[in-house]
Design a protein around this ligand. Structure first.
Ligand SMILES: [Fe+2]
Length: 312
């Protein structure tokens, strides 16, 4: 079973737990190997009035065009009308608080990552997932592994913490087989060897020189490793592959109201079938900080193509 149930863990101020370093390493290892950690409650401090405010967005759904995203480092909130000044500021404050609480929770639950994790974006998912009309590559109900076009990880991993804040409705996911099995079946067809060879060739060096030049003159550039190139392609390839979507292994998971779960979404194929109102915080765990690097998608893929995909 891919779900590991954690009872009685709470990092809130009133009931502050923390995991010892050995157990923390074991948890990190299990997560890196594709397990999902599940809590039937919110394991950090999140006041009721904040939940009430977030859920009051229900009546104003038509105003939202996408998920609300939040960048904790710069306090940047997107996807909510800035003209609604008072609510905008309140939402910013709540998202900042949420990010801080999840960060504290992560340090207490997974101490080996505490010093090294990079705080990425958070999101508030206000739209019912069932029946969303999105372009193919953005469709959430299709199984995929995550990769970010504008934030390459160079072998680092994407760890996400989700909380279903819907008071009455579960959030329904599907998960697929292990990354290793997925890669064995589909990575070649998705172009792994071509991408690995290209990056090792002269043209790859030219791309690297060009991106260094663009950076020098101050232009933003996503400094992607061959691994990042492949993972972006793999994300799209899986969503485009109707045979995989129809016949691939899948297990249905239902996350009830107020439950929280942690998962490396770059290694666990997943899709969202239904649910409304979820909070999510992303962390990047750099490759050097992994407890079990041999289980990482980067190493699994390197073993397959016998080429280095993340060397700088
Ligand atoms: Fe995803």
């Amino acid at each position: 079973m891919s779900l590991i149930n954690i009872d009685n863990f709470n990092a809130s101020d009133e009931r502050r737990n923390s995991v010892d370093i050995d157990r923390g390493r074991e948890y990190c290892r299990q997560l890196e190997q594709g397990k999902i950690f599940y809590f039937d409650h919110i394991p950090f401090n999140f006041p009721k009035e904040y939940l009430t405010f977030l859920l009051s967005r229900r009546q104003q759904n038509t105003r939202f065009h996408k998920n609300i995203s939040f960048r904790p480092q710069t306090n940047l909130l997107r996807g909510f009308p800035a003209s609604e000044k008072k609510d905008f500021a309140r939402l910013q404050e709540i998202m900042q608080f949420y990010s801080g609480q999840v960060t504290k929770f992560l340090a207490a639950f997974l101490p080996p990552y505490a010093e090294k994790r990079l705080l990425d974006y958070a999101s508030f998912r206000t739209i019912e997932e069932n029946g969303r009309d999105l372009p193919l590559h953005k469709r959430n109900e299709l199984l995929h592994v995550d990769a970010f076009p504008n934030r390459p990880t160079r072998g680092g991993r994407i760890l996400r913490v989700f909380t279903n804040i819907n008071p009455t409705k579960e959030r329904v996911w599907q998960i697929g087989e292990s990354f290793e099995r997925l890669a064995e079946k589909y990575a070649s067809d998705a172009g792994l060897n071509r991408i690995a060879v290209q990056s090792a060739s002269t043209s790859g060096k030219i791309v690297r020189h060009t991106s260094r030049f663009l950076k020098k003159i101050g232009l933003p550039v996503a400094d992607r490793s061959a691994y990042d190139h492949f993972m972006l392609r793999f994300h799209d390839y899986l969503k485009e592959n109707t045979n995989y979507q129809k016949n691939g292994d899948k297990t249905r998971l239902e996350f009830p109201p107020n439950s929280t779960w942690l998962v490396f979404t770059d290694g666990v194929p997943h899709s969202v079938l239904s649910g409304q109102f979820a909070l999510e915080q992303t962390f990047i765990i750099p490759f050097e900080a992994l407890v079990s690097p041999e289980d990482s998608p980067a190493r699994v893929l390197e073993k397959m193509c016998r080429k280095s995909l993340i060397a700088v």
